[in-house]
Ligand binder design. Structure first.
Ligand code: F6R
Length: 250
């Protein structure tokens, strides 16, 4: 894992956006894995601004979002499809056919998950996967458990995760769907490179365990230790619990 620590959340966003701009310049048909949540919003804002200035081109790229709520219509403001439209896809020129989501309204969850795995493979696999991390160490909706799912699957959300997603459900955690479709651990680990972003003190403990702790299903992000190309981009608050040598690698 390469650790990069920036002074602020804004610096994190600029650095990650810059990396994506460079990746897209090098490979215009880049296949991106994308996350929702609060952490990547400043990155998407930065990319949207750069797109407005003609400084980044998504027209040949393809995207696959990590997850989507189960049984929530795409039009609902809390859906991840709606989130991505608000924060990125509404602001950059990318052909709709190149934007991929799990369909939370699909008839059959297992079939939908298999379809998504096939679509990722047909696109040639994910080149760069952007990840956030839950305060409990989840990635995607792979929550801490005795066993993790390898492939895209229907996941049950922890109460803590539903609370963290309550914003577009009238701040009512009980209104957040209990289940979501999510890429699995192997789906994520198959990406050619991974960029995990964490900002704020609330992520400090999970980041420390992900980097220094044992590999455990109790902290799904710890599995990133076995991936050969992971960049962990942190602000100082999220890096607080790392050793000074680790923080100094920025
Ligand atoms: C979102 C996702 C989640 C989030 C994580 C952190 O697509 O897969 O794993 O990355 O819950 O969320 P934030 O950034 O809101 O703290």
């Amino acid at each position: 894992m390469r650790l990069v620590v920036h002074r602020s959340q804004r610096d994190v966003a600029h650095a990650v956006a810059q990396r994506l701009v460079a990746e897209l310049e090098g490979r215009p048909s880049l296949v991106l894995g994308l996350a929702t949540g609060r952490t990547p919003i400043p990155i998407y804002q930065r990319l949207s601004a750069l797109a407005g200035q003609g400084r980044v081109d998504f027209t040949r790229a393809a995207t696959f979002n990590l997850d989507e709520f189960w049984r929530l219509p795409a039009e609902h403001p809390g859906s991840y499809r709606a989130f991505m439209a608000r924060h990125l896809f509404g602001h950059v020129r990318i052909p709709p056919a190149r934007i991929h989501f799990l369909d939370g309204m699909a008839r059959d969850a297992a079939e939908e998950c298999a379809r998504y795995e096939r679509a990722i493979a047909a696109a040639g696999g994910i080149d760069v996967q952007i990840l956030g991390i839950g305060a409990n160490g989840h990635i995607g909706f792979n929550e801490p458990a005795v066993a993790l799912q390898a492939r895209t699957h229907l996941a049950t959300l922890k109460p803590q995760t539903r609370r963290a997603n309550a914003t577009f459900f009238g701040d009512d955690a009980t209104a957040v769907p209990e289940q979501a479709l999510s890429m699995g651990m192997a789906t994520i680990l198959q990406a050619r490179s991974v960029v995990l972003i964490a900002t704020g003190r609330g992520k400090g403990r999970a980041v420390e365990r992900m980097v220094n702790g044992p590999l455990t299903t109790r902290l799904p992000a710890s599995f990133l230790q076995v991936h050969h190309d992971v960049e962990v981009v942190l602000d100082e608050a999220a890096a607080e619990r790392l050793t000074s040598a680790q923080r100094g690698r920025a």
